[in-house]
Write a protein that binds this ligand. Structure first.
Ligand code: 2B7
Length: 652
């Protein structure tokens, strides 16, 4: 794939600049290692190994290596080997030195070898080997070419031997003797805060690269332990294998769409597969760098996808009227994709704080055009897949339009604020919000008791039935359609969404009153989450409370007292027993067990009751629990259910 056209020497002045660059030694690397390797901690340590691995990967990407070996040796050193062409060993006339020595001991040697298009994987663009060499206590490199083995050894980047032909390899592993490069190095403990390589970290980096280079074998061995560990990676399908892996355990709507084309010195690879969830999972790479914040390649991909789906929809006549079309967001639900471009390393521009975003503006139209064309062809040739994708995207568009219509309706009619108060609400007589309270009561029967027991002058009651809507992903239109939530919104009187007006809140105490059992806790979590997401101001102002009903009722004759916890129960029982008669202890299970008078006495009468004020932290925690229980992230939910299975009966 590497085009040999981009000559490194363009003009006289460039040439001299190039020469000066090429001749730069390694002294600055040991002076400021962080500038070259990022950091000198455990991350920098692994970055150095990654640099060497990436040189081998480049040789594979250039079409010359089929295998990469990575070995962690007993003495703490690491060996990387490939079966590529082997770093050239011939003497470079302008330096009177072996090319191998220049590669290993000079900065910016990269451009000299096969042109700038050669080096395409991550990191330091061709200077990686020399930087790692400089930061190693010792390093040796062997180049196998034909039947000959060439070797040079270094300490802290300085040659200890000439580039010489040797009889035997020093490598700890047996390698095919055709051709290739082997590098073994011990990171310098004077430079790195730790020189202990981590098996899992390296495994992950190798795996990621294996996906990006189809048909490349990775052999990874850890010989440091008594029982050597070995993992091998090979993905026939490259990024399509990765997409399949990402969609594992999901229901895909079609087989993986793979688009691959080269445009000049930019190669574009895209794999796409929709599944039946609502989550988006799109990864993007430039060479072997994972661009976590996307960039121009991702933008080009998104535009192409939106247009291709739109065009196909129009073409097969599934749009009812001309104004209908889908947006980029509609294509994201259930989308799993990998966007991978390969381009000359020295042209890459990264953006952003973490350098995780591709900035090259020329890449966007290239990716867009290639993906658009590829999708057009795919949709044409696979109409049933295309139809399934269209249906999925339409569904998202429909939901979006419904949400928008609902929102407009709210804005136009002030739909919720102006509505008459819900029938279920037993309002209070007081009109001054500062003096008014709203009880949100779990269940109709407890709601009934609360209505009878309350002080109707200032206390309003709204029963909240069974399960309120899962507001996790619920859109505004669904929330407003939902009876329980609609009642609550109207009762509060301040609207919702963009039109929310805190000034109109009708109660300055909103009190959640649920049973002290699992169901009650669940409803409490739901309500807290709802307030947290839509009425955060109410919480911030300190207007949201949780009622604390008593846990016990103690009775001796006519003397009735309530306990709100176990200590209190013991205390009260003791004083009552002093009268030397039988004390009747009753444990409340639910609000429904109290008659209206008891409910007033224990839970609603401001003189006796216990209220817990909800703060943002509580609500945030409820929100997190809720997200975990209801959200898309399956693993944490599983974990929660497993670890709490003994103590909680989850009702989801
Ligand atoms: C820019 C520099 C670093 N290089 C070559 C050729 C092959 C080759 C390498 C390598 C890591 C550990 C074992 C090019 C490129 C130097 O120029 S580096 N293979 N493998 C490697 O570093 N593996 C090359 C053109 C013709 N023949 C050989």
């Amino acid at each position: 794939m590497a085009s040999k056209s981009s000559a490194p020497i363009k003009s006289g002045s460039d040439y001299s600049a190039q020469q000066i660059q090429v001749l730069e030694g390694l002294e600055p690397v040991r002076k400021r290692p962080g500038m070259y390797i990022g950091s000198t901690d455990v991350i920098g340590l692994h970055e150095s190994l990654r640099e060497i691995i990436d040189n081998a990967v480049d040789e594979a990407l250039a079409g010359h290596a089929k295998n990469v070996w990575i070995v962690l040796n007993k003495d703490g050193s690491a060996t990387v080997a490939d079966d590529g062409r082997g770093i050239p060993v011939d003497i470079m006339p302008q330096f009177k030195k072996s090319a191998l020595e220049i590669v290993m001991t000079k900065l910016h040697a990269g451009g000299k070898f096969g042109g700038s298009a050669y080096k395409i994987s991550g990191g330091l663009h061709g200077v990686g080997s020399s930087v790692v060499n400089a930061l190693s206590e010792w390093l040796w490199v062997e180049v196998r070419r034909g039947n000959t083995i060439h070797r040079q050894e270094y300490k802290t980047g300085n040659p200890q031997t000439p580039v010489e032909i040797v009889k035997e390899s020093k490598a700890s592993i047996k390698l095919p003797d055709v051709s290739g490069t082997t590098v073994t190095f011990l990171p310098d403990k004077k430079i790195f805060s730790t020189i202990e390589f981590e098996f899992d970290t390296i495994k992950k980096a190798i795996r990621e690269r294996a996906y990006l280079v189809p048909k490349l074998y990775f052999h990874f061995m850890d010989n440091r332990t008594e029982e050597p560990k070995e993992v091998n990676y090979y993905f026939e399908g490259g990024i399509s294998s990765l997409v399949e892996k990402l969609n594992e355990n999901k229901n895909p709507l079609h087989s993986v769409i793979f688009i691959n084309k080269q445009e000049g010195d930019v190669e574009v690879e895209v794999s796409i597969q929709f599944n039946n969830t609502y989550a988006e999972n799109v990864e993007s790479y430039v060479n072997v760098i994972n661009t976590v914040n996307g960039g121009t390649h991702l933008t080009g991909f998104r535009m192409a996808l939106t247009r291709a789906v739109n065009d196909y929809g129009k073409k097969i006549g599934s749009f009812k009227d001309d104004g209908d079309s889908i947006t980029g967001d509609d294509t994201r639900e259930g989308l799993t994709a990998v966007v991978f471009i390969k381009m000359p390393q020295d042209r890459i521009q990264f953006e952003g704080q973490t350098k995780g975003k591709l900035g090259n503006s020329e890449i966007q139209p290239i990716v867009q055009q290639i993906v658009k064309e590829g999708l057009n062809i795919y949709f044409e040739e696979n109409p049933s897949d295309a139809r399934r994708i269209l249906e999925k995207v339409y569904l998202a568009a429909k939901a979006r339009l419904a949400a928008k219509a609902a929102k407009e309706a709210i804005i136009r009619k002030g739909a919720l604020e102006g509505s008459t108060l819900p029938g279920k609400l037993a309002d209070c007589q007081e009109k001054n919000p500062e003096l008014s309270e709203l009880y949100l009561v779990e269940g109709d029967s407890a709601g009934g008791s609360a209505k009878q027991g309350r002080d109707r002058k200032f206390q309003a009651i709204l029963p909240i039935g069974g399960k309120i809507l899962n507001t996790e992903r619920a859109r505004l239109d669904k929330i407003i359609e939902h009876e329980e939530l609609k009642n609550l919104i109207i009762a509060l009187g301040m609207g919702i969404g963009e039109t929310v007006n805190f000034e109109k809140l009708r109660y300055h105490r909103v009190i959640i009153m649920t049973d002290a059992d699992v169901d009650g806790e669940h409803i409490e979590t739901l309500i807290l989450t709802f307030f947290y997401r839509h009425f955060r101001d109410i919480i911030a102002k300190g207007f949201l409370y949780v009622a604390m009903p008593p846990l016990y009722k103690l009775q001796r004759g006519k003397d009735v007292q309530y306990a709100y916890n176990d200590d209190e129960k013991e205390q009260i029982a003791k004083t009552m027993k002093a009268g030397n008669a039988i004390v009747n202890v009753q444990r409340y299970k639910g609000l429904g067990e109290m008659n209206p008078e008891q409910l007033w006495d224990t839970t609603m009468n401001p003189a006796n009751r216990l209220l817990k004020q909800v703060n943002i932290d509580d609500a945030e925690e409820a929100d997190a629990v809720f997200t975990m229980l209801m959200g898309d992230e399956v693993p944490p939910r599983k974990h929660f259910i497993q670890t709490n299975a003994i103590t909680a009966t989850l009702d989801i």
